[in-house]
Design a protein around this ligand. Structure first.
Ligand code: HEC
Ligand code: HEC
Length: 323
């Protein structure tokens, strides 16, 4: 199919009833009928479902594992739908919504304004019901010692040749309003650059300080806090796989939001064989101790085996070192 190259296809722009051509085009894009590329997970190729989160009792967690017995599936569904039920739990064929081609030919390095425009476009599509978000209670943020209540996430992924764009619409169970966060991965440079931002009323505001402690290696694979706290498990698996397969990237650090002090790198080889300067994932540092404690205790890291007791003891000793 021949896709017309709209002059500024990604700029935030409300859909108008009197422009049926554009409306139909945008609708088709939203439904994912156009522009599939090979690395986008399609529904007929859904990967293995994400293993349910169960604490393995390593003693690495700072607080007892939360199982949230009072947070029933009904409460979960109602809380998730409070964002607008027409925006979520969409039928889908492609978990990653294709975006039109980038308007600037042969781009080498997105400008900051272009990164922000992708973020706004992701938010616009979500608001218009043109995204395919997965809805879950996220394990890592829910278990966090300062939160300790359900953290509700709607996560949508978009892509074209030059960028991977993620939107996170988030609140805790007891908050009223939803907050918007986005990551834009610029694929036109090597290594790719990840722009992180909170999307405020005034527009996207780039951040590194508050994101780095969990997102040191870029977007994070999906981990629902409980098997029944996810609305579309195959979609979560497909988006999780897309994120896990991402290229190694570096974080864009804006002047007003520096990287926090990292502390010492984790060099234990049962982690550092993958988390290393030249590994699959970036090095891990003391500042990432929270996601490290959670992902290891819940048996997600290392990916293919459980740590032996003496390895857990080594990791615990490293985590307890003063930075
Ligand atoms: C306490 C840890 C933590 C911090 C701090 C954090 N995030 Fe996340 N973020 C997560 C987790 C965990 C997920 C995956 C959630 C899930 O499984 O549902 C996530 C997911 C996301 C996603 C969806 C794509 C992806 O990576 O899965 C975006 C976008 C995002 N975060 C943006 C941000 C931005 C921007 C900041 C800083 C302003 C930030 N996050 C800070 C833990 C964190
Ligand atoms: C065989 C390779 C491998 C080993 C060994 C491994 N990891 Fe990972 N790790 C990954 C991959 C791939 C990801 C990203 C995909 C995912 O999260 O499933 C990841 C993600 C993570 C993350 C989330 C931040 C990020 O980089 O995305 C943390 C934290 C983490 N691992 C901690 C550990 C710790 C601690 C160990 C050692 C106990 C460990 N890993 C061992 C491959 C590995």
């Amino acid at each position: 199919m021949n896709i017309p190259n709209h002059p500024k296809p990604y700029a935030a722009r409300p859909m108008r009833g009197n422009r049926p051509g554009l409306a139909l085009f945008t609708l088709l894009l939203g439904l994912g009928f156009l522009g599939h590329t090979a690395d986008e997970p399609a529904k007929d190729k859904v990967p293995k479902l994400i293993a349910p989160a169960v604490s393995t009792g390593t003693g690495l967690l700072l607080e007892p594992a939360l199982t949230l017995p009072e947070f029933t599936r009904e409460k979960f569904e109602a809380a998730m739908a409070s964002v607008g039920s027409e925006k979520i739990h969409k039928p889908w064929t492609n978990a990653v919504v294709p975006l039109p081609p980038h308007p600037r030919a042969e781009v080498k390095g997105l400008t900051q304004d272009e990164a922000k425009a992708y973020m706004m476009e992701a938010k616009r599509r979500f608001t218009a019901g043109e995204a395919v978000p997965l809805s879950d209670v996220g394990l890592i943020s829910t278990q966090e010692d300062v939160i300790r209540k359900p953290m509700l996430n709607h996560i949508a992924a978009f892509s074209n040749e030059v960028a991977r764009v993620y939107l996170l619409v988030q609140k805790t169970y007891s908050d009223n309003g939803w907050s918007y966060f986005s990551i834009v991965q610029d694929l036109t440079v090597s290594p790719p650059i990840d722009y992180f931002a909170e999307i405020r009323k005034t527009g996207p505001h780039f951040e590194a300080t508050s994101c780095y402690k969990c997102h040191a290696s870029g977007p994070l694979a999906i981990h629902p806090a409980r098997e029944d706290l996810v609305l579309d498990a195959p979609l979560a698996a497909a988006i999780g796989q897309f994120i896990a397969d991402q290229p190694r990237s570096v974080l864009f650090v804006p002047e007003d939001s520096p990287k926090p002090p990292t502390g010492e790198p984790l060099t234990l080889k049962f982690c550092a064989r993958c988390h290393a300067e030249d590994g699959d994932r970036d090095r891990l540092f003391q500042v990432q101790s929270h996601p490290i404690r959670v992902l290891v205790d819940f048996g997600y890291m290392p990916p293919n085996r459980r740590l032996k007791p003496e390895e857990i003891a080594q990791l615990k000793a490293w985590l307890e070192k003063k930075p």
